[in-house]
Structures are given as C-alpha cells and as structure tokens.
Design a binder for this molecule. Sequence first.
Ligand code: URA
Ligand code: SF4
Length: 211
Amino acid sequence: AYTAEPFVPEGARGLPTLRRAAAECRGCPLHRDATQTVFGQGTANARVMLVGEQPGDQEDRQGKPFVGPAGRLLGRALEEAGIDPGEAYVTNAVKHFKFTRAEPRKRRIHKAPSLREMTACGPWLAAELAVVEPELIVILGATAGKALLGSSFRVGEARGALLEREVHGRPEKLVATVHPSSVLRAQDDADRKAAYEGLVSDLKVAARALL
Ligand code: URA
Ligand code: SF4
C-alpha cells in the first residue's frame, strides 16, 4: 500500500525536521508530477489548525498552502469570523498537487485525491498534530473530514458544530465547514454570497470555541 510512514522521522519534535523530511516523501505516486511537497505553514504554538484538501496550482508553484484564490477567500472569511489567519497553522490532508491536463501544456486542472492517497499522506498530518497539538482543528471540506474522521464523514451533516472525536489516538475538538474553493465555484453571485456567509458562520463557531 502507498504510505508516507517510512519517510516520517520517528519522534520528530519540530516542524522544520518534518518539513525537510516531507520534501523527500515518495510515499505515493503524487510526488512524480507535482513541483514540490507543500507542507503546513505556521507556528508550532498555533491554537488552531486549519486542514484543507491538497495544494492547488499556485500552492504547488510557491510551496506554501492556501496562497492562491481559495486561500485569499479563506483569509478574508477567517478575519471576518474573528480568527487571526497569522495565528493559525494551515495545512492540507494531502501534501502534493494532483491534477490533469485537458491537453498537453494546457492549464493544470485540480483532481480530487483518492482515498489511497489520503491514507498514504495521513502520517504527515498525524505528525503535524503531534507537534502543534492545536486546541481546535478546523476541517475545510470533505477530503479533510474523511482524512481526519473516516470515509463516512459528510460536510453537510457535520458542519457548524463543535465536535469532539478521537483523531490518530488523541481526543480532539473539531469544527467542520465547506472548502473555500466550493464558494468560488458557486453558480451565481447570490449562491456565492450565501456559501461565503455559511463559511463565515461556521468559522464563528470555531472562533467561539477558541475564546
Ligand atoms: N485548496 C486546498 O485545499 N489547499 C490549498 O492549500 C489550496 C487550495
Ligand atoms: Fe508523500 Fe503525501 Fe506527497 Fe504522497 S502526497 S508523496 S504521501 S507527501
């Protein structure tokens, strides 16, 4: 089976060690076509960990999570909800960009990671959780939810409530919401506004849990 396990340094105490090791991960085939590993970003003292799906095109080029359009929208929503984006640790369930191209040399189109790839990459997320020990995890969308809580996770059912669940053997508090990209994909302005307000409202539940 695909797994990052052999690449994760045992008992790693710091994020820099993990980041260096993750840069060399060959735990699943996604490293082959992507530019680089996009590891989490933020301080080990962060009280809140935000978990997305996987890096997008911009993140793959820049090597940092949530620096593209979805990240800008997320930053705005966090501020509006009363969470300082600079004080959060931001990462993804999968650390390499998965994509297809409609034609050679054309734009790279995001492709959802498979359950096997999510499972393969899980040891990195577990290692980040063990180092950061956040007070709260914010799940951004279905992939992050499945990676953390299992394949039966549904955003629609779980969103906007404070959850207490065991994750990688530790009791964790979590709040789930939609992925910021889903707001950008809304059909029209009215839908987009409603989706954005739903995201902010869920993030306010997270903000309250951090008071
Ligand atoms: N979408 C994600 O889930 N993560 C990123 O880092 C960027 C876009
Ligand atoms: Fe390793 Fe995760 Fe990248 Fe796969 S996606 S190669 S498991 S870092």
